[in-house]
Design a binder for this molecule. Structure first.
Ligand code: URP
Ligand code: ZN
Ligand code: ZN
Ligand code: ZN
Length: 487
């Protein structure tokens, strides 16, 4: 088995930082050796196959993005990244594990939906991957299948209080599923928005001729998110099921989560980079020469971007500091403008919902460290360690310690990353500056005061010297245990 030594760097974990070298044997970390300890004077590099010099850099556990949607069918099209392109982009950005959502559609067996996702991902991935299960049709058969999922290494499932006629479940269905989850210990993940009420507002706005992407944000008002979040919390409280609310964007929803947590309930919340940085006014309301007021379609996602005047973004950073929100995933669900987002020209409700960010999460959150929003350790915690604990991967993933998979990122705090499509003096793009399969970037123009230098996936270098050197099929399916984060 090949051995690798990452030397000279500062190892950062969720609990602290140390000047230490990391020794890897094959796929695993075998030692974390503090410099200046009894080993002083020993030439650790002797006999090691590969030495990676991390002098002046951070050595962190690889990112875990617990919310992606490769190839998700949505709104008459499908997310533009498949498992090959999406996981390669993730690797470029320092993410070494994704947890994607297998989908059971209406009328389909849960097992068949899961088999489809296994079929799409197997042999395609650049990094390790796991699945949550979307349960889109609650009935006695699917409830029985749900009970069996932990044996398949799938310990969490997602339900939708939104999207009537597609993924939507009513309160009775949610209650029944949560009863199974309470029995089995599975994590219930909830898309918490009041879908039926939103649909009324959508219909009324369109009837008034309000068809621009901006009105997607108006229809999906924060009250719709707060109300659904509260309802989900109460159903979880009644059944005893652990609850994880996905893509939280409204500060009022955070307050609901915080109150339930103060009450001792196993309730957790995830936010996404878009809810930390982007807004209803600046992005959903954007216009351009090319697209006019339809420019905002690039940022149509649900829950929607919130008003900066109302201060949701500021509040979300604070919630990350106070642990009212526990972690950050991307909800990576990319669609191109041409041929996909443009299905909603003249009717915002037909714009496929989703933003692509899987490549940029580690960088965007690192910028939060530079800007003084979060500490270096908290960066590691919310992007890697907590996702691992929340979804039953901790020990194998999310930490740098002997026995863990050697999923490691060498991050350069003196490097720089320009995101998006830079343009020359004539306004022409100078080349791709991201690796997701999208014809635009939701993050164009973002400048990061840091850079992903080297990425190892289970001991194998997959990104180095600004090159991808891995192969499709490097990534394996990872079976997950029950959550290690419960109170
Ligand atoms: O807009 C979004 N979030 N698209 C993906 C599907 C979902 O609800 O997570
Ligand atoms: Zn959702
Ligand atoms: Zn999602
Ligand atoms: Zn800069």
């Amino acid at each position: 088995m090949a051995t690798t030594l990452i030397t000279g760097g500062t190892v950062v974990t969720s609990t602290g930082r140390a000047e230490a070298d990391v020794l890897i044997d094959g796929e695993r970390i075998v030692a974390v050796l503090a410099r200046g300890s009894v080993l002083l004077g020993t030439d650790l590099t002797a006999g090691v196959d590969t030495v990676i010099d991390a002098t002046g850099k951070y050595v962190i556990p690889g990112g875990i993005d617990a919310h992606t949607h490769m190839s998700l069918p949505f709104g008459g099209t499908a997310a533009s990244d498949n498992f090959e392109t999406g996981t390669r982009a993730a690797a470029w950005g320092g993410t070494t594990t994704i947890i994607d959502f297998a989908v059971q559609t209406h009328g389909q067996k849960v097992q068949d939906g899961l088999a489809t996702w296994h079929g799409m991902a197997a042999g395609q991935c650049a990094i390790d991957y796991a699945f949550h299960q979307i349960v889109g049709d609650v009935n006695p058969e699917s409830l029985l299948a749900l009970r069996g999922l932990p044996d398949e290494g799938i310990s969490s499932y997602k339900m939708f209080m939104a999207y009537p006629g597609v993924f939507y479940s009513d309160d009775a269905q949610i209650l029944r599923a949560m009863q199974v989850a309470a029995d089995t210990g599975m994590m219930t993940m909830m898309h918490a928005e009041n879908g039926p009420a939103i649909d009324v507002l959508v219909e009324q706005l369109l009837a008034q001729g309000k068809t621009d992407p901006y009105y997607h944000g108006v229809a999906r008002a924060w009250q719709m998110e707060e109300e659904a979040t509260h309802r989900a919390i109460m159903l979880a409280n009644l059944t005893g099921a652990p609850l994880y609310v996905v893509h939280v964007s409204a500060k009022q929803a955070v307050e609901q989560l915080a109150a339930a947590r103060d009450n001792g309930q196993n309730v957790f919340g995830e936010t996404c980079p878009q809810y930390l940085y982007l807004s209803l006014e600046d992005q959903l309301g954007a216009s351009s020469d090319e697209w006019g007021n339809f420019e905002g379609a690039k940022w149509v996602c649900s829950t929607p971007l919130r008003s900066k005047e109302e201060g949701h973004q500021h509040h979300m950073w604070q919630s990350l500091r106070t642990n009212d929100i526990q972690m950050v995933s991307t909800d990576h669900c990319p669609f191109c403008m041409k041929g996909q987002k443009d299905l909603g020209l003249g009717d915002f409700s037909k714009i496929p919902n989703g933003i692509g960010s899987v490549e940029h999460r580690m960088d965007l959150l690192y910028q939060g460290v530079v800007d003084g929003q979060i500490s270096l350790e908290r960066w590691v915690e919310i992007t890697s360690t907590t996702p691992a604990r929340m979804f039953g991967l901790y020990g194998k993933k999310g930490v740098i310690q002997p026995g863990a998979d050697a999923d490691i990122v060498v991050y350069d705090p003196n490097g720089h990353t320009s995101i998006g499509y830079p343009v020359d003096k004539d306004g022409k793009p100078t080349g791709r500056s991201h690796h997701m399969n999208m014809d635009h970037s939701a993050w164009e123009g973002y400048e990061i005061d840091g850079h992903v230098d080297t990425v190892l996936s289970r001991g194998k270098v997959v990104v180095t010297d600004r090159q991808y050197v891995g192969q499709k099929g490097d990534g394996q399916f990872v079976r997950r245990g029950l959550s290690q984060y419960l109170i």
